[in-house]
Write a new protein. Structure first.
Length: 163
């Protein structure tokens, strides 16, 4: 795509503070989209937004969030729509993992709830909140999954189950 291929569009990228989400946000904004950057680590999002805005004509909206909270999603989507006038796409990429040496028997319940909250509930709430806006303009909803869902590791079964 070229620098103007997505000009005037507005996308939300979850998990934008690192890895796939960060690079997805960089590519989409380089192609002209304005981006709402969502992740837990606000400082990393701010750094990415500064890079995006210094290297492109895009606007990068920084939205640190507890993605496992439904109300947070309502507020993030509303902020995107009020800032950019619409929502053209959601890249639902958010995800966290337990350590690779954590078995089900050893895993603290808090870790379990956190992984499920982010990887399952967070994806659900993001999609549920965005879909009405995406329907209005025939927008795009993209779910990003990891290979762990297809090829699980015995040391991280919870993570594999959420992928």
């Amino acid at each position: 795509m070229g620098a103007e291929a997505l000009a005037g569009t507005a996308v939300i990228v979850t998990g934008a503070s690192a890895g796939i989400g960060r690079e997805t946000a960089r590519v989409l904004t380089a192609d002209g989209a304005n981006g709402t950057l969502v992740a837990h680590r606000g400082e990393c999002l701010r750094e990415l937004a500064d890079e995006i805005e210094s290297e492109t004509d895009a606007t990068a909206l920084v939205c640190p969030a507890d993605v496992s909270d439904e109300e947070t999603w309502r507020l993030r989507v509303e902020k995107t729509v009020s800032t950019f006038g619409k929502l053209d796409g959601l890249v639902n990429n958010v995800g966290i993992a337990t350590t690779s040496e954590t078995t089900v028997e050893e895993c603290p319940i808090e870790w379990y709830r956190t992984v499920m909250g982010v990887n399952v509930d967070g994806m659900f709430y993001a999609a549920r909140t965005a879909i009405p806006h995406l329907r209005e303009i025939n927008g795009t909803l993209l779910f990003v999954a990891r290979a762990a869902g297809k090829n699980p590791c015995s040391k991280s079964p919870m993570y594999a189950a959420t992928e």
